[in-house]
Write a protein that binds this ligand. Sequence first.
Ligand code: KIV
Ligand code: ZN
Length: 387
Amino acid sequence: MLHDPNRVYVFDTTLRDGEQVPGCQLTTPEKIEIAKELETLGVDIIEAGFPISSPGDFQSVVELSKAVSEPIICALTRANKGDIDSAVAALKFAKRPRIHTGIGSSDMHIKHKFNSTREDILARAVEAVKYAKQFVEDIEFYAEDAGRADERFLAQMVEAVIAAGATVVNIPDTNGYCLPDQYGRKIKFLKENVKNIDNAIISVHCHNDLGLATANSIAGLQNGARQIEGTINGIGERAGNTSIEEVVMILKTHQTLGLHTNINTKNFYELSRMVSSQMRMPVQPNKAIVGSNAFAHSSGIHQDGFLKNRENYEIIRPEDVGFPDASIVLTARSGRHALKFHLERLGFTLNKEELGEAYLRFLTVADSKLDINDDDLLLLMGKQQLA
Ligand code: KIV
Ligand code: ZN
């Protein structure tokens, strides 16, 4: 396999892991609409669903496979023939199908979920990959709960599934347990100890239970992983999955990492709104990259610095993620510079003394309101309100 060594593949699971959130279920037409936007965004892989889980999910994978042509379409299975048969059938129209099969890898899961042994689980993992490989060339294997798995056993499992034909090995931190350096070391250990590791791409799939999903994903990439799995807005069960928009913008902002994706970042904002509204899941205002306050400056010191040179307080240009524009929000914490900026925008040019007087009037109003809009400013200047 020949790969650009610095290219990071983006695997979107908004429609599978993301859609598992209670209340966020989508109809097939809604999934198609999102999938088409994901295609425009430039994701490399769309995980379309878990076909055995329900007839609706099966049908969604069928329809998405027809509707989307550029990205690889992936279907999830457990490590058994019934699940794999169902995925193969659901993927029959996919131009570039991928099966994502796997099993638990931590002793916790092996004992308390499968009531089994490491040897048995290893055999089932290999058997599933070999079985799926008869139908589809592109096989991704997930070692569930790898975040808590013994690293030597994990390495043994990864080596065995690559030998069985896996082209991508997914190392999920299923419970969002790891610290970034632990997770990074895990990926490094696999890179250094699995014989045929360069025959496959290592994928990072992190959950956000401790708020570390993005940091862990970056640690994985810094240690040799080249596929990142996540969702738009970080949507997902419990505290969610890694936010794709965060990881992509980190790689773009920190070019010294030397890694790049194929993502059209200008599409993030619109897609974020679409996912939020279709899944009935609001985006928190202070969410990195796509939250409504992500580019809003409100304290006087920041507003003053921003108006002198936006790079004083802006590390990403809002237009780079399709965000309407940075905003200077007027509150009681704003200073004269921010008030002058907004008054000039409305056509008022004031000298120093006039601005000082307007600022005193402004503070009186601002103390009684959460934020000040253009109508308030016009009244402040003795003008009519906007129509
Ligand atoms: O979090 C996880 O382990 C998963 C796997 C099914 C890939 O979502
Ligand atoms: Zn997951």
